[in-house]
Design a protein. Structure first.
Length: 365
């Protein structure tokens, strides 16, 4: 194998596929990146739960394949000057890397022994703009749980039903649900590991270019212009999240999203990460007073609201509120409160494409 490739393009490909490479594997080849030179150059990382294949343009002078230890390869390319990189596989899978005045020879491995991500016949397929899928993931991923004893909650539900693609995540303290219209008349329900969704989110662009989602058995794949990601799905039944959404509310307010976010940010400077000190919210008929008091000090701030219900005092972990507010693009939002000890619901005013549920923290009198 002999190729010449731009350093910047190669580095981008390495950064993407490296996320699917094992760091501590029983077999050394599983800690490597597979490189194949054909009409184009293909890089692959595969840890069995997640496989990523990235294709890039290059000057292919001799076809072939090799596996290179991912960490060392990535560090070498990262430190090279911004210029074309010359890579050649020599006898015994020794790999020569040259760039301007820099020269390396490192040990490679036989590409024929590398375990490839699975290729399968799809049971369901749908396409949508990358920007739409990116937004769906962005507005749910923050609510994924991390309790390995409740494995199903460490994933994101992806469900197609009645011309909509829905995503949901919850961790026992908050929940995120969002949706988008799709063209395909397909019905499926899978739960994708949250850590894999994070990598898909990083690869997606904010563009109208299509991403094709395909499913078969325990696998789901995301095909982009120059990248294919294959993920295993989690086993088990996801919670009936719609049953957690209250139907009746005691207080409903409209508030400016950025004003509330900035006020919460300032209040959280006092509470820090200490869960003993929630942010206290006092709702009157025309304003919301956000305050926090800890051993470090206190803060207090008020913002204007429109209140169509009762007054209320309620406490929240500010981080849960901020995680939701940061992924909202709408200028104004509606927040519906059930009671001082019940969940609140954050929804848009002008559409119904997202819903965030947050459980309160019981305030000390």
């Amino acid at each position: 194998m002999k190729i010449i490739v731009l350093k910047q393009n190669l580095m981008e490909a390495i950064n993407v596929v490296q996320k699917a490479v094992m760091t501590k594997a029983t077999l050394p080849i599983l800690e490597g990146i597979y490189i194949e030179a054909g009409e184009k150059v293909k890089l692959i990382g595969n840890c069995f739960d997640l496989g990523i294949e990235y294709t890039l343009d290059a000057d292919v002078q001799r076809q072939g394949s090799v596996v290179i230890e991912a960490r060392m390869f990535g560090e070498i390319i990262r430190k090279l000057p911004d210029a074309p990189v010359y890579i050649e596989v020599l006898e015994g899978f020794k790999v020569r890397i040259e760039c301007l005045n820099s020269y390396f020879e490192i040990r490679g491995m036989d590409g024929d022994t590398y375990p490839m991500p699975p290729v399968y016949d799809s049971e369901f397929t749908l396409s949508l703009p990358q920007a739409v899928l990116k937004e769906l993931i962005r507005q749910t991923i923050f609510a994924v749980g991390n309790d390995e004893n409740r494995k199903i909650m460490t994933g994101v539900l992806m469900e197609a039903v009645q011309g909509e693609l829905k995503m949901a995540a919850l961790d026992g303290f908050r929940m995120a649900v969002c949706s988008s219209v799709i063209k395909e008349d397909v019905n499926f329900k899978v739960v994708i590991p949250g850590k894999n969704m994070q990598e898909i989110l990083r690869v997606l662009e904010t563009s109208e270019d299509a991403v094709t989602i395909s499913m078969a058995g325990s696998l789901v794949s995301f095909d982009l212009k120059n990248c294919r990601i294959v993920s295993k799905v989690l086993e088990g039944e996801f919670m009936n999240y719609s049953s957690y959404i209250p139907a009746q509310f005691e207080t409903v307010i409209n508030v400016n999203t950025r004003e509330l976010e900035e006020s919460m940010e300032r209040a959280s400077l006092i509470t820090s990460e200490d869960k003993r000190y929630p942010v206290r919210i006092n709702l009157s008929y025309d304003k919301m007073v956000i305050s926090s008091t800890t051993e470090k000090g206190l803060s207090k701030e008020e913002i204007q609201i429109e209140n169509s219900g009762n007054t209320m005092q309620i406490g929240f972990n500010p981080r849960y509120f901020l995680d939701a507010l940061k992924v909202i693009n709408d200028e104004k939002i509606k927040i519906s409160f059930t009671s001082p000890v019940g969940p609140c619901i954050i929804t848009p005013i002008e559409h119904d494409r997202f819903l965030f549920l947050i459980l309160p923290v019981r305030l000390k009198s």
